[in-house]
Design a protein around this ligand. Structure first.
Ligand code: PLP
Length: 385
């Protein structure tokens, strides 16, 4: 039995999505910019996909800019807004300290080009205090970028409240909702933001497709230049089969009943309370209440997280030590450090992330396998202090 508990890294692709992608790849090979019928067919795939993504987040289809995923959308949001506002002298950016590298490195790059940047600290549960944002906003602030749900902890930020405060002071707001889509309801108008990032592969679409929602009328400097695709905001021939997959995945998420999130939350809670009860010296990181339903980040005293990931993998259980991009490096998680964890607790953290395919039998298997593995690693001294 192979058990996949790494949905925050990427999600399995449902059969309906696989089939739709295969059909589009075979039958819709036209270029969506061509005037002939092949082109029109491809164009209609894009139109349907745009409508499905818009429905998913309460937006208008014309506000959706297709991209190659979360990283590109984050880059386009931060750099695109910054460059559009540069000439107006608005050269200050704010982001939270726990953003994904796609946001953080865009902010850093602008910092090197003379922008002033502020990284907002979070509290011990990973949440930004609204007062911290209020204090950071100045006359020259162009954009605030705050993620809706964190990839490592699952913590949900009070984005609607933060966005209202920023917009009242004339500041644009971007939210990276990559880890929220498919886990909690996401509605751009209720959030009150100006830009929102989503990535298809986190909710069942193929890798390499995503979108940036851009509120109508907002000025954005394109980051890839070339043809006039995506209303001049993102040049390049569109990934028609991938976007057909995005349409089906978005429709599946839109139709999924709220009871499914409760089912996943109860499995996550079963896993968490089981681990805490069975493994002495285990502790949950982040905010146990304000979290997406599928994520649990747990530190195991005197165990090296990487060693535990490998030991679990040998038992057929896939988890990770943090974000997929940083795992495999020995860089300690910037998210866990930002919530003030000691370095030993950071090094001993494991992220479990569940999804639609997760079953009770799988969770019970993890609860059978994990405690003796932790005990074995500890007895070998296979961990840090
Ligand atoms: N933002 C967050 C919060 C993520 O978790 C990820 C992926 O791990 C990304 C952005 C990047 O998305 P993509 O893998 O589609 O580039």
């Amino acid at each position: 039995m192979r058990i996949y508990l790494d949905y925050n890294a990427t999600a399995p692709v449902p059969p309906a999505v696989v089939d739709a992608v295969a059909v589009a790849l075979r039958d819709c090979y036209g270029n969506a910019s061509s005037v002939h019928v092949f082109g029109q067919q491809a164009k209609s795939v894009l139109d349907e996909s745009r409508s499905a993504v818009a429905r998913l987040i309460g937006a208008e289809p014309s506000e959706i800019v297709f991209t190659a995923g979360g990283t590109e959308s984050d880059n386009l949001a931060v750099r695109g807004v910054a460059e559009a506002l540069e000439s107006a002298g608005r050269r200050h950016l704010i982001a939270s300290a726990i953003e994904h590298e796609a946001v953080l490195n865009s902010v850093k790059a602008l910092g090197k080009r003379g922008w002033t940047t502020t990284l907002l600290q979070v509290d011990g549960t990973g949440v930004i205090a609204p007062g911290a944002l209020a204090a950071a906003i100045g006359d020259r602030t162009a954009l605030v970028s705050i993620m809706l749900a964190n990839n490592e902890l699952g913590t949900i930020q009070p984005v609607a409240e933060l966005a209202a405060m920023a917009r009242a002071r004339g500041v644009l707001v971007h939210t990276d909702a990559v880890q929220a889509i498919g886990k909690i309801p996401v509605d751009v108008r209720a959030l009150g933001v100006d830009l929102l990032t989503l990535s298809g592969h986190k909710f069942g679409a193929p890798k390499g497709v995503g979108a940036l929602w851009v509120r109508r009328g907002l000025a954005l400097q394109a980051q890839s230049t070339g043809g006039r695709q995506e209303r001049g905001r993102r040049a390049g021939t569109e990934n028609v089969p991938g976007l057909e997959g995005l349409r089906v995945a978005a429709d599946i998420v839109s139709r999924t009943p709220a009871a499914e999130a409760r089912r996943i939350a109860s499995l996550r809670d079963r896993l968490e309370s089981g681990v805490l009860g069975l493994v002495p010296g285990s502790v949950v990181n982040g905010d146990a209440a304000a979290r997406v339903p599928n994520t649990s980040n747990i530190s195991f005293e005197r165990v090296e997280g990487e060693s535990l990931v490998i030991a679990l993998d040998l038992e057929g259980i896939a988890v990770s030590t943090g974000s997929a991009c940083s795992s495999g490096t020995l860089e300690p998680s910037h998210v866990l450090r930002a919530i003030g964890l000691s370095s030993s607790r950071v090094q001993s953290a494991i992220r479990f992330s569940l999804g639609p395919g997760t079953t009770e039998a799988e969770i019970d298997r993890v609860l059978d396998v994990l405690p003796p593995l932790v005990a074995r690693l500890r007895s070998r001294g296979g961990g840090r202090g």
